[in-house]
Design a protein around this ligand. Structure first.
Ligand code: 5GP
Ligand code: MN
Length: 331
């Protein structure tokens, strides 16, 4: 599939590259690295993400080339979709993008729906940036410092700084090569983890205070409401990573972060849309749980969106903890 994908990319003149809405470091890093590589091949590229780029990733070289809007889609011969378990993850433009003649699906989620004629899906890859790295190497394109910084950031953030269960040998090997190509780890870390607004720190305080634990102690729920964001002058992106506090509590097997989005359409009036992030200690496959709610992700980190009242949603999530067994272990 790698060969066929390279043939398709090298014979394309105009390529659209897109990654998932509300992007994380991997969605942005993989997008930028792939875009820079295809430009080196002489392709005309457009980089697209529906959401604004979080402040912590705005240091990335050529990040300003990512567009939030797309006008003419007839123009493209190929679309490269990065870090998306299904095509709808790119957001409101998904249906229009589907009409582009060739779709390349580059992803590492276990729940990937195998969309697109060209699939570079490796569920063992630590990050989509790992697959992008391999593709760039296979295309014989030299990795400059800008591309290296994008790849490094993707791997660093998706492995939780080499702590999560997806941290593999390739994560270290590629990052070593990226450092040799000019990446400065301390500078990347300073941007990504070391410079938070005061509001973000105050949001952390409210989020920690919201933590609730199930009766058996195996499940924690953290809640971030729109009111909390308003009170601290923060955005949804400032909740990124907060779930790790709920996850690392002793005896907790699964943590859920309930993120309040907009008001729901249905009745009663207290129904709202929520995004729920799930994290596991390694003993619960949260990708399965997320799939049960129409979402997806990895065994250790997954998510879904629902419309519900907050109370009902918390009850539904707490009920899941009854099914957690002591014995099942993921690798
Ligand atoms: P997060 O909880 O940080 O939003 O996402 C955790 C992981 O699950 C990420 O790899 C993300 O791409 C995936 N994920 C989150 N929400 C969804 C969803 O609604 N659908 C699918 N397919 N994957 C999701
Ligand atoms: Mn990823």
């Amino acid at each position: 599939m790698m060969k066929k994908t390279i043939q398709q990319l090298t014979s394309s003149d105009r390529v659209l590259l897109a990654s998932h809405a509300n992007p994380d470091g991997d969605a942005i890093g993989a997008l930028l690295a792939m875009g820079l590589a295809l430009e080196k091949l002489g392709c005309e590229v457009v980089l697209y993400n529906e959401s604004a780029i979080p402040a912590v990733y705005r240091f990335l070289p050529s990040v300003t080339s990512i567009r939030e809007q797309l006008a003419e889609l007839k123009y493209f011969d190929t679309a490269v979709i990065l870090d998306c378990g299904d095509l709808s993850r790119v957001g409101s433009m998904a249906d229009a993008i589907k009409a582009i003649p060739a779709i390349v699906n580059i992803d590492h989620h276990i729940t990937n729906t195998r969309f697109g004629q060209y699939q570079l899906v490796d569920v063992n890859a630590c990050a989509t940036a790992e697959i992008v790295y391999r593709l760039i190497r296979a295309m014989d394109i030299e990795i400059d410092t800008d591309m290296a910084t994008a790849i490094y950031t993707g791997i660093l953030t998706d492995t939780g700084s080499f702590r999560f269960s997806n941290t593999n040998q390739a994560a270290f090997a590629i990052c070593e090569t990226m450092v040799a190509a000019g990446v400065k780890p301390s500078q990347v870390a300073q941007h990504v983890y070391g410079t938070y607004s005061l509001g973000r720190i105050k949001l952390l305080n409210l989020a920690l205070d919201s933590i609730e634990i199930s009766h058996n102690g195996k499940l924690s729920i953290m809640t971030v409401t729109r009111e909390m964001l308003a009170d601290t002058g923060t955005q949804a992106e400032d909740a990124d990573g907060l779930i790790n506090y709920a996850r690392r509590i002793q005896d907790v097997k699964m943590a859920a972060l309930i993120h309040e989005l907009e008001n729901g359409n249905g009745k009663p009036a207290d129904r709202k849309r929520f995004h729920v992030s799930l994290r596991s200690d390694g003993s619960v496959d949260v990708s399965r749980i997320a799939m049960g709610f129409g979402g997806g992700g990895h065994a250790g980190a997954a998510g879904f969106s629902v419309e519900s009242s907050l109370l009902e949603l918390k009850q539904t999530i707490f009920n899941l903890s009854d099914g957690f067994s002591e014995t099942c272990q993921l690798n």
